[in-house]
Design a protein around this ligand. Structure first.
Ligand code: PMP
Length: 358
């Protein structure tokens, strides 16, 4: 007799740690290349001294700092062990039977189908547009009476495309008030749409009771290894999130580092300017040799290489550059430091590689 484990979990792939290629350039996980700022490193060291004490389960200081920064009330803010934990908690608070539907476009963030299944609900997907962007009309048309949650990944991981403000607001107007819409803005800080086109998820989350926005300290704030993300939305949704939250899962070090990084945000956000310049430079260089690369509003580029994606990822790894291939759809390339991007470009623009894959 063996322990009963939910048989449906067999279809979820076991966690596969990233390949360890010593010395390889890693452009596979959309991380920031810089280590923590001195102020964050100091806060981390100080918090570590108190590791014998439980963290503040309400994350009161961090939530207050976020509320002030975002111009909302503390009751509008929840924090999570990375925004991915909040994705899962959002399924938990909205879906109560296995036939409940979680809707999103595909391809999008790979955690959506996993957290949906873990939350015992059903994933429903609509294809991206031919331009590889979220198809908001198709998404609105796919809402049924079973739909409980919709993820809108903006900019979309892994294609980098973004939907603009007017389009997003038109979509939200069509969604029934009983359905919660999650605006996943993990890459918000890299958006460079014109200000009038740039959606402000925080404003939408604050003013529309069925909208919640997710942001993270993992990308532009450079704290991926510590795990802190946040949600902004209606107090009723925030209260529910805090009920399903795994107690103490945003640890003391993460809370302290997030507060220090928020205080140092100008320095961190300045760095996104350099990244955006690199992003556009790499895209131009790739297009110049014939790659199709959708315009990106995030810290990565997408190469829609179809059936040859995995082979491309293997060839780049052999050349010392780790990318993220997605089965038969494409390959995602994180923008790193200029010398790392150059290493990628040397591979990508090698005439033999271009002849084979482009
Ligand atoms: N949303 C999207 C779209 C992401 O790409 C990621 C990270 N890859 C996350 C959420 C989760 O980020 P974290 O849990 O590190 O905050």
């Amino acid at each position: 007799m063996t322990v009963h484990i939910r048989p449906d979990l067999d279809s979820i792939p076991a966690y596969v740690p990233g390949r360890n290629h010593p010395g390889a350039v890693k452009l596979a996980s959309n991380e920031t290349t810089f280590g923590p700022l001195p102020a964050a490193a100091k806060a981390i060291a100080e918090a570590a001294e108190l590791a014998n004490r439980y963290p503040d389960n309400q994350a009161s200081e961090l939530r207050a700092a976020l509320a002030e920064f975002l111009g909302v009330s503390v009751a509008n803010v929840a924090v999570g062990c990375g925004s991915v934990a909040l994705c899962q908690e959002l399924v938990q608070i909205t879906c109560d039977t296995p036939t409940d539907e979680v809707l999103f476009a595909w391809r999008s963030f790979e955690a959506y189908p996993i957290v949906t299944q873990v939350g015992n609900a059903t994933s429903v997907t609509v294809p991206l547009t031919p331009e590889l962007a979220y198809d908001l009309d198709a998404l609105a048309a796919a809402v049924t009476e079973r739909t409980k949650l919709i993820f809108v990944c903006n900019p979309n991981n892994p294609t980098g495309t973004a939907v603009g403000r007017a389009e997003l607001e038109r979509f939200l107007d069509k969604i029934p008030a009983r359905v919660l819409v999650v605006l996943d803005e993990a890459y918000h800080e890299y958006l460079r749409l014109a200000p009038e086109d740039r959606p402000d998820g925080v404003e939408l989350g604050r003013t529309r009771p069925n909208v919640i926005v997710l942001r993270t300290f993992s990308k532009a704030y450079g704290l991926a290894g510590l795990r802190a993300g946040y949600a902004v939305g209606d107090p009723a949704v925030i209260t529910a999130l805090m009920k399903v939250h795994i107690p103490f899962s945003v640890n003391r070090v993460a809370q302290a580092a997030a507060i220090a990084s928020l205080e140092a945000r100008h320095e961190l956000l300045d760095r996104t300017e350099t990244l955006v310049i690199e992003r556009d430079r790499i895209r131009d260089a790739l297009r110049a040799v014939g790659y199709q690369v959708p315009p990106s509003e995030a810290n990565f580029l997408w190469l829609p290489l179809g059936a040859r994606s995995v082979e491309y990822g293997e060839a780049s790894a052999e050349a010392g550059v780790l990318l993220r291939p997605y089965s038969t759809d494409g390959v995602r390339v994180t923008i790193g430091d200029p010398h790392e991007n150059e290493a990628f470009l040397r591979f990508a623009t090698d005439p033999a590689v271009v002849a084979k894959f482009v």
